[in-house]
Design a protein around this ligand. Structure first.
Ligand code: FES
Ligand code: FES
Length: 213
């Protein structure tokens, strides 16, 4: 091949040159990652303060720490359980500023100033919350692993219904929520029980709600 300036390039030269620049473009990011200016991967620490079960807590945390790990590993409130750690089982449910959330799906640093209630804050063995007492009297558990999340969720469900908050499955958002058996089960559907204690759980919640399941 003849190009301007009299330089002659063969097809072979072009192919070798193209392959070399392709290889260079793939190597570049790896070299950049290894350069001294790249981030070291060291944790970024920050302070966060919130109220847990009525007690002010201040923690110095890696910003990647979930609320679940902050509660369990840093505050040693192990009543809140880690099931899937992916927002699928509800074992980690806690109540934050009156709303139930999955503690595994939220970072602790997002809760500056929040009021957090865990199963330990609802009641004590000698002075149980009515929902805890109902779970005991209705055998609303077998292994008990899902139970703290079920109870926190159930307490928040009754508050949601009282406040007139519609369930996700409701098509009429203006209708007053009724805690029918189906509605109760729908609202509790984010809390999985591998032991299958659902009927007893529903009976316990219905009793606290003042009706039979
Ligand atoms: Fe959070 Fe399963 S541990 S939803
Ligand atoms: Fe065992 Fe629910 S009681 S998972």
């Amino acid at each position: 091949m003849q190009i301007r300036g009299g330089l002659e390039l063969s097809r072979r030269h072009l192919l070798i040159g193209g392959a070399a620049s392709l290889a260079a473009s793939h190597v570049a990011p790896a070299q950049a990652a290894a350069s001294p200016s790249a981030p070291s991967g060291a944790p970024v620490m920050t302070r966060v303060s919130f109220d847990v079960n009525g007690k002010a807590c201040a923690l110095e945390l890696d910003t990647r720490t979930t609320l679940l790990d902050a509660l369990r590993e840093h505050l040693h409130l192990t009543g809140t359980k880690k099931g899937c750690d992916h927002g699928q089982c509800g074992a980690c449910t806690v109540i934050v500023d009156g709303r139930r959330i999955n503690a595994c799906l939220t970072l602790a640093v997002m809760h500056e100033g929040d009021e957090i209630t865990t199963i330990e804050g609802l009641g004590k063995p000698d002075k149980m919350h009515p929902m805890q007492a109902a779970f005991v009297s209705h055998d609303g558990y077998q292994c008990g692993y899902c139970t703290p999340g079920q109870i926190c969720s159930a307490v928040a469900v009754l508050d949601e219904v009282k406040a007139g908050i519609p369930s996700h499955a409701t098509s009429d958002l203006n209708a007053t929520p009724q805690l029918t058996n189906a509605e109760l089960r729908e609202r509790m559907s984010g809390n999985i029980c591998r032991c299958g204690a659902y009927s007893n759980i529903a009976e316990a919640i219905a009793e606290v709600a003042g009706r039979s399941a």
